[in-house]
Design a protein. Structure first.
Length: 175
């Protein structure tokens, strides 16, 4: 049997049939980074970004993104999400390119027949894009990266925990 479950016998794309899968609690945690100038991070802290409270808007955007995942990713099942939590941490020390980072962590839960990994990564991605959108006028070189699944549990494949660190959380929690 092929490991490529999103293809039918004719080699065409399909949504995987999860009818026979057991209903279990599913949890996924993803994270990513938005790289900004120290001055941009300071303005976010001080609430001095013209478009408003950057992290509050990004938090809501991340939750909304998780809920809209099947509208964005063609083969994702629509799921009844039972929890979406988006939080922000900071890495305030500028790296080799003079940028510090906002670390986004999204945890998504459901009880269902398929996992929520895509929803967690979508939440991180949409929150990151929202930070970019709200700050692009003051920092033209914002970049987004290191988005990945950190943990998942539930279902046939059980527990997964990433062995490598994507985003060190050297600073405190922002929200």
């Amino acid at each position: 049997m092929s490991e490529l479950t999103h293809f039918n016998e004719a080699g065409r794309a399909r949504m995987v049939d999860v009818t026979a899968k057991p209903i279990t609690e599913r949890v996924a945690k993803a994270q990513g980074k938005v790289f900004v100038l120290p001055e941009t991070l300071a303005r976010i802290h001080q609430g001095r970004v013209a478009k408003g409270d950057v992290l509050a808007v990004a938090q809501v955007a991340g939750v909304m993104g998780a809920k809209r995942t099947p509208d964005l990713i063609p083969m994702c099942h629509p799921l009844l999400l039972t929890s979406v939590d988006v939080e922000f941490h900071e890495d305030p020390e500028p790296g080799p390119h003079g940028r510090c980072a906002i670390i986004i962590v999204a945890t998504v839960k459901t009880t269902g027949a398929t996992g929520v990994e895509m929803e967690a990564m979508t939440a991180v991605s949409v929150a990151a894009l929202t930070i970019y959108d709200m700050c692009k006028a003051i920092d033209k070189e914002i970049s987004i990266g290191e988005i990945g699944l950190m943990e998942k549990s539930g279902g046939k494949s059980g527990v997964f925990t990433r062995t490598e660190t994507l985003c060190a959380q050297s600073g405190g929690r922002l929200r």
